[in-house]
Ligand binder design. Sequence first.
Ligand code: DAH
Length: 346
Amino acid sequence: MDLADLTRDLETLRDDALEAIATASDRASLQALEVDILGKKGRLTLVSRGIGALPVEDRPKVGAIANPVRQAIEAAFTERDAVLHAGALEDRLRTETVDVTTPGRPVARGTLHPSLEAMREIADIFARFGFTVYESPEIEDDVTNFQLLNIPPDHPARDLWDTLYVDLPGHLLRTHTSPGQIRVMRATRPPIRALLPGRCFRYEAVDASHDFEFFQVEGLMVDEGTTMGDLRGLLDEFARAMFGAGRKTRFRPGYYPFTEPSVAFDVECLVCGGAGCPACGRTGWMTILGAGMVHPVVLRSGGLDPERYQGFAFGMGPERMKMLKHAITDLRLFMDDDLRFLGQFR
Ligand code: DAH
């Protein structure tokens, strides 16, 4: 074997290969051919073994002959494969049809949880009056949840908040969002217009109107010369935005340790319009929140001088807003995670 023999073998192989490639009729046979020629035990590999039998001085020249042969064969494979692929596509296009008028599969769209949606609605309304949303911790200390809000230990008012304690001395799951008032007053200076939405927890006997987990939205305004008239005006605007215009509202005396005086804020029944029906307990009114003028003790807890500053606060349940609006009769539905219920709110 000399260089001339090897050159001739390679050229023969190239011509055979190009011929076979050009006439391969489908991609499967082209692939088989590729293994047969370029594979580990393929014909090109076998011919190349002849290099070992060449005189030593000829060996460096082999590359110049063998490489163009390999490149020509590889290029022919690539080109032929592209042609066969296009042909296969054309066949499919000829034989298969696509009905572009078939309706698409419906896409399941998510919705906000109604409690979150209600909190956003409430925040949007109060934002128009300059209220900023703050966050306050869900695990609270006893001092902030109760004592700084004018509810000392052993005070009977604690009976209003059935409490879940956590395994950390002096701490509990907040029973309301009101402790956020203290945190806001300590973190900022008047004028304060704060909204505190968030999750609250109580040790409750669960029924249609009590759950152990629910949301609240707290509001706090503190400034010089803030009056109950300001509170009333703001809440009237809120009721109008939330439940529509033309409904009467009223303040009823109430009791909360952290406000003095305290009120319940009622709106004319959304179902009967004030005539009296089962939904409003035949009173014609629905209570939508609790409110009052911030107690001087609470202002002092927040580091403010009650001689200089006055404020009002209110607290409402976003679930209650949804229940009133949509005549939902069971609070537990909100935490049941049943999509048939949750998916009804857009
Ligand atoms: N924290 C009260 C509750 O959980 C709700 C509330 C009532 C908050 C009156 C207030 C308020 O800020 O002034 O029942």
